[in-house]
Design a protein around this ligand. Structure first.
Ligand code: PMT
Length: 404
């Protein structure tokens, strides 16, 4: 994917360097265009070194006749060669110029010449973001089909707290890839994904849980959204941003997760159960905080409902993908779980292996398929693993349909 990264002149311009890198990590070719104001905050050399490409900084170059002639059509060439224009940070000034169709410099001229997808990531002081003029400009741009990624809330560079902060560059990069991705082989599907741990209350302040960070499930949700699916992410408590275009259903306990999944079931065409669901919950959680005493204490635990197995019993013609977190006998346990829970595929994860599984950014899994195939995927980022899971799942569905 060819992406133009337009950088406006705001304090968040420094984050655009991270965004350039995050886009390239996702396979994009990145052409950076800096406004003159952006050049005051961050030097072109930073972007040139990161992208290994000349950075465009103004409309007429240095002013020599030769350069004026070649640069006078450069905005047309750049517009034609790229699929997506992302502007981050999009300042109030840039939003106003885009909305009004003004073209005093390269980026604004390029905006007018560009016919691909436009993604704007505004960042500014809260009062500027909430000003009626900015609101009107944003509404006008959104009505024109530009995607406006709303700024985060938090502490701003100006010292105030409120909406106006540029979202995490990795999150923006994922949104750009999701919007610009041409492969839409999950269009028309509703993919329900579970992620993260569950928390089983002991009393109002304590719970039993596990080490799941949610990264695997969130990566699967991002991949599915990117490929065009409607995605419902049923997530236990985690500290992650919800991927662009994904609907979140936040839950805490296994019982809540079960109810949320069963509510989504009628619409679902693919279900992916990557959550680390507690196998037991406290039989009688205390209504008040338990007092500490010197005596030994024991908890009575009851089994939780097995959500994967319940979905398996009501699967219909849905594709059901389970996970198996194992410390030994990976394939045998994965196959046993697939058969007993009526899943079509199990993603078996050797969580005792160093550097993968719980909490890490990478994973190394073995796919156990209903067709009898066993496919060991190489170690890769969870996002890459997520795409490979869908590649094999779609192929598996075709094979299963051909058999029936
Ligand atoms: O979240 P991360 O930090 O990125 O880590 C990723 C992961 C290690 C959590 C993930 O890759 C993984 O292995 N998830 C499955 C964890 C698990 O609970 O495995 P299990 O073997 O105990 O359960 C088997 C399957 O049954 C799973 O699909 C699980 O979601 C499901 N299950 C389990 C218990 C239960 N009560 N209901 C269920 O649906």
């Amino acid at each position: 994917m060819n992406v133009i990264l337009g950088v406006g002149g705001g304090i968040a311009a420094y984050k655009a360097a991270e965004l350039a890198r995050a886009l390239m990590e996702r396979g994009a070719n990145v052409q950076v265009v800096l406004t003159a104001a952006a050049g005051e905050f961050i030097r072109p050399l930073t972007f040139a070194a990161l992208t290994n490409r000349k950075v465009i900084t103004d409309l007429f170059g240095t002013g020599s006749a030769e350069e004026v002639l070649s640069s006078s059509v450069e905005h047309i060439r750049v517009a034609q060669e790229n699929d997506v224009l992302v502007v981050a940070p999009a300042t109030a000034d840039l939003l106003a110029k885009f909305a009004a169709g003004l073209a005093p410099d390269f980026l604004t001229t390029l905006y007018l010449a560009f016919t691909g997808r436009v993604i704007l990531a505004p960042a500014m002081n809260t009062n500027m973001w909430e000003h009626a003029a900015t609101r009107e400009n944003v509404a006008k741009l959104a009505a024109r089909g530009n995607v406006v990624l709303p700024p985060d809330e938090g502490l701003l560079a100006c010292g105030t707290t409120g909406a106006g902060r540029l979202p995490d560059p990795a999150w923006i990069a994922e949104a750009v890839v999701t919007i610009g991705e041409r492969r839409k082989d999950l269009e028309g599907e509703t993919v329900v994904i579970t992620a993260g741990p569950t928390q089983e209350a002991i009393d109002p302040v304590r719970f039993i849980s596990n080490h799941s960070s949610g990264k695997m499930g969130y990566a699967i949700a991002a991949a599915a959204a990117c490929r065009g699916a409607r995605v419902v992410l049923v997530s236990g408590p985690v500290n992650l941003d919800v991927p662009y275009g994904v609907e979140l259903v936040a839950v805490k306990s296994a019982a809540e997760m079960r109810d949320a999944v069963m509510r989504q079931l009628p619409e679902a065409t693919i279900i992916v159960k990557s959550a680390a669901v507690a196998d037991y919950h406290v039989a009688n959680p205390a209504a008040q905080k338990l007092k500490k005493t010197p005596a030994r204490m024991s908890l009575e635990l009851d089994p939780t409902v097995d959500i994967l197995a319940e979905v398996g019993r009501n699967k219909g013609d849905r594709l059901l993908i389970g996970f198996a977190a194992e410390t030994q006998n990976l394939v045998a346990e994965g196959r046993r779980k697939m058969e007993t829970k009526n899943a079509d595929m199990v993603v078996a994860n050797l969580v005792s292996k160093e550097g993968i599984g719980f909490g890490s950014d990478v994973n190394e899994v073995t796919l156990v398929l209903k067709t009898g195939e066993v496919i060991a995927l190489p170690r890769a980022t969870k996002r890459v693993v997520a795409d490979q899971i869908f590649d094999h799942a779609l192929r598996l569905r075709l094979a299963l349909h051909a058999r029936s």
